[in-house]
Structure formats: C-alpha cells, structure tokens
Design a binder for this molecule. Structure first.
Ligand code: SAH
Length: 362
C-alpha cells in the first residue's frame, strides 16, 4: 500500500541520505536519486536506468513518488494556464503558469487558504486550511513542468499564489532551498521571488536563509487605509515598522526590493497617495509594481480606470521612482493576482468584469 511507502519527494536532501543509508546503501546513491527526482524528473523508479533492476525493484517496494493531482486545468485567452491541484489529504490549491516574452513564470501557493484577511483578495475568503509542506510547494513546479513539452522549461518562480509565505516560514525556506540548490531544481535565486504582505520579523530571517527576490505588498500609504484593507497584518506590523526593516535590509548592489501596490479605485489611488508613496519609498532601493485591482465575484472594490492608473504611475516616474504596471494575466479564468480560491476555481468572470485594460502597456 502506498501509505506505508516513503514518498521520496517528501524528504529533505539530508533525510533522503539517511533513508538511503537505512536501506543499507551507500550515502552517495542519494545524490543519484535526487538527480532523477529533480533534474531528470523521473515519473517512476523504472526510469532510473543507472540503478540495477534489483535496486529499482527494491525502491519501488519501499518508496513512492507521489505527485500532486491535477483536478482541473484551464487556459486563458492570453495563454495563462491555471491548475487546480489536490493534496494527499484532499485540500486543494492553485498554481498559475504565465508565459512572457523571454520567460515562463509559475506562480505557486504556500498555504491552502490564507492566514490573512486582506479585503481585496479572494483567497482570504477561504480562510486558512493548512500550511503546505515543503514538498507540496516544490511539487507544484514538478507537476506543472510535467504537463509541458520537454523543451519548454519553467524559468521563474513567484510565490504569489494562495497564502502568506512568511506565515509558513520553515516549510517555505526548505522549499526555496530545494528550488535553488544545484542538487535540487537548480533555479538561480534571482529567478525566484517571495511576496509577503509584510511579516516584519520574518523578512530579514528569510533573506539570511535564502537570498531570493523579495516583493512586499505595501498597498497603502497610511495606516488608516492599510488597517482597513489589510487588517490582520497591518495591526501587527504597521507601515513604519515595515519600512524600517526595508531600510535595514542588506541588499546586495544591483538588487532592489519590489513594492507591490494594488490600486483600488477611490481607496488608495489618489494623487495624495502617489505623493506619499514617493515620500515613503525614499531611502529604500526599490521599484514599485502597480497592480490594478482584479475583480472577483462579489468583490467590494473597483478597478481604477486606465487613465487613473497611468496618472498614478506618472507621479512616481516624475519623482524618479521605477514604477511598472503589472499586466494582469488570466483574468477571464480567475487566475490573476488575488483571484485564486480553490472553491471558485471553475467559475468564469463576466465580460463586464473583464473591461477596461486597453490603455495599459502590453
Ligand atoms: N500573501 C502574499 C502573496 C499573495 S498575494 C502577499 O500578500 O504578498 C500576491 C499579490 O497580489 C500581492 O501583492 C497582493 O497585494 C496582490 N493582490 C491580492 N489581491 C488582489 C486583487 N484582487 N487584485 C490585484 N492584486 C491583488
């Protein structure tokens, strides 16, 4: 029975070595097996052709390679693909594959549901079901990669799917290590990004553990507004504390923190907000990524017009801040930022909710 077998993908590198030694094999065989799991992405033990037939049979008796199950797989008109994936205990999460000109980015989840209660995010409505284990985070990459042709490789990973990564700190760090290790998936740390709503104590700790890119969801320029739209996290860590840790952040040269800023019409998109954002970001090596609000069924906020978005951006650019507008992809299949929710997975948006994106740069 599978449940008595050890799922090798669930083991850390050190645990796999110990398991191999317990089996009576030499320790170095762990590296050989790791290479099959992560580099060559074997689907079963039979593919591990540099192991003898007897060894492969022994492994198949004692171990399994259990992957996430793809429940549904939707494709947006813009090429974005959304995967609804089932964990071993039946909980479900989503991952989104986003093609770009020179990259193929996978947006992955860190929790089933979310610890936080941000009012503009559909995942928050699901509440936290549980933290994902390290292998469930990494396996989103393996599982989606397996649906692609051999020559099509996922080039970038962003932890911007369901959940607050820094509220699941240990598992996220272990997953990131497996992603960037040369004996794991081998991603360059520059191609891996963690997005946080601003869990201040964990921000520096994360960087010390794994130096990946950091995106911070600032989303407001006053505590009054941030308390309203991101109540849980801002009451714990108000804007001043968040900016203090950003200023203290030991960024290597040529790297910058990204501030994400979801634009909600009439809430945080005024000219005064833009001017305050300029002031708040002074002294921090950063860029700003503006995300016009993506609607979802029953959402309490509105997306600003394209003109408002461009005006907000111009204030930042005029102050010499780097400010980009995120072109939200996959909105027709609820795959864009803030639209992930395993319970809404199959419901499309109406045409009205998909309007206006014409002016924004493509
Ligand atoms: N919990 C993490 C990662 C998930 S959210 C975080 O807060 O950063 C990823 C990004 O999507 C965040 O910047 C968030 O502010 C933004 N976002 C959430 N809901 C959104 C929505 N409905 N429209 C646009 N962006 C949204």
């Amino acid at each position: 029975m599978t449940d008595r077998k050890q799922n090798l993908l669930a083991l850390s590198f050190e645990e796999l070595e110990a398991w191999i030694v317990d089996l009576g094999w030499k320790k170095y065989r762990a590296k050989q097996i790791l290479s099959w799991l992560y580099r060559r992405r074997a689907a079963d033990f039979e593919e591990m052709t540099d192991l003898s037939k007897a060894d492969r049979t022994l492994l198949a008796e004692k171990a399994s390679l259990h992957h996430l199950e793809i429940v549904t797989h939707q494709r947006s008109v813009d090429g974005t693909q959304k995967f609804l994936l089932e964990l071993e205990d039946g909980n479900r999460i989503e991952s989104v594959l986003i093609p770009g000109d020179d990259r193929l980015t996978l947006c992955i989840s860190s929790q089933a549901g979310c610890t936080l209660d941000c009012g503009f995010c559909l995942t928050a409505q699901e509440k936290l079901k549980r933290n994902l284990k390290a292998h469930e985070i990494v396996d989103q990459i393996l599982t989606v990669q397996r649906t692609l042709p051999e020559e099509t490789r996922i080039t970038n990973v962003v932890m911007m799917g369901m959940g607050e990564p820094l509220a699941n700190f240990n598992h996220v760090v272990e997953a990131l290590k497996r992603m960037i290790s040369p004996i794991g998936l081998g991603f360059s740390p520059r191609r891996v990004t963690v997005s946080t709503a601003g869990m201040v104590p964990q921000i520096l700790k994360l960087w010390e553990a794994v130096p990946v890119n950091l995106s911070i969801s600032l989303n407001a320029t006053t505590n009054a507004v941030r308390d309203q739209i991101m109540p849980k996290v801002n009451r714990l860590y108000p804007i001043e504390e968040l900016l203090k840790v950003c200023k203290a952040f030991p960024l290597p040269s040529r790297r910058r923190i990204t501030f994400e800023y979801v634009l909600l019409a009439g809430v945080n998109d005024t000219p005064e907000d833009a001017a305050r954002l300029v002031r708040l970001s002074r002294g921090i090596r950063c860029k700003v990524n503006l995300i016009p609000f993506n609607e979802f069924p029953g959402s309490p906020y509105r997306r600003p017009t394209d003109e408002q978005v461009l005006r907000f951006q111009k204030t930042l650019l005029d102050a010499d801040l780097t400010a980009t507008i995120r072109k939200s992809k996959g909105r027709d299949i609820l795959a864009a930022c803030g639209q992930l929710n395993s319970e809404f997975a199959a419901r499309p948006l109406s045409q009205k909710q998909l309007e206006p994106i014409g002016l924004l740069p493509s």
